[in-house]
Design a protein around this ligand. Sequence first.
Ligand code: ATP
Ligand code: MG
Length: 245
Amino acid sequence: MSDVPESHPRYVSLKLRDKIVAGVESGVTSIHGLMAHGRGEAFDYLIGEKTQTFAIDAIHVGAATLLLAEHPVISVNGNVAALMPDELVALSNVLEAPLEVNIFHASRERERAIRAHLNQHGAVDVLMPAAEAQLSFIDSNRKFVHPEGIFRADVVFVPLEDGDRCEALQKMGKTVVTVDLNPLSRTAKAAGVTIVDNVVRALPLLIQEIQALQDSPKGILQEITSQYSNSKTLQAATQWICRER
Ligand code: ATP
Ligand code: MG
């Protein structure tokens, strides 16, 4: 870790970079993950590095969607594993949903490193991609999934998704709840619910919201989800970026 002083105006952002760099060095994160993180940083700058109302609204709906799911699954890639391992485990516990490793750049070694990293942070069981279960509509390594995980999920929480798979999951009839700082990305557009926020801010809020809603009757949760329009969320985020400075 670099010795960034806490007084530095970009302290939080630089600490996050340290986490991603540590992820690359320990084999959890792909080197390409550095660029994905940089793209995220640029959009975070544009939304004022704060959780805006369009994200709060989507977190509310995302929580309800995940609570209504029969078989929710949390998909984990190398960036989110490096940034938020404790929160991924906490989310898995509160939802009673499995964590499943799913990465874009094929590497058995890195898949195992992500599982070991999650185990070190308290995950008991982590599902791994398997050759026997494959998603339709997709050619990349992300098509390999676990038969008891993403393959039979009805709702998949996929922070920092790639657009191809998000589209494939939706085409297969699954609902995707994603966190993506870029409201213009294909992921953001294809998902059922897009939380346009930094995953490091959004994940703790999502866990809190799930806890707040978890005893709500099904009818209330259904009302929350039925009134939602993801395209309106993306429009609000894009307008905010274009106007608010
Ligand atoms: P598309 O969705 O259009 O196919 P992509 O997923 O291939 O694009 P990448 O640059 O590979 O694009 O993915 C990184 C995505 O993750 C970007 O949209 C970026 O904004 C987002 N991202 C990166 N870091 C974070 C973060 N910490 N929190 C939230 N989103 C992030
Ligand atoms: Mg994307």
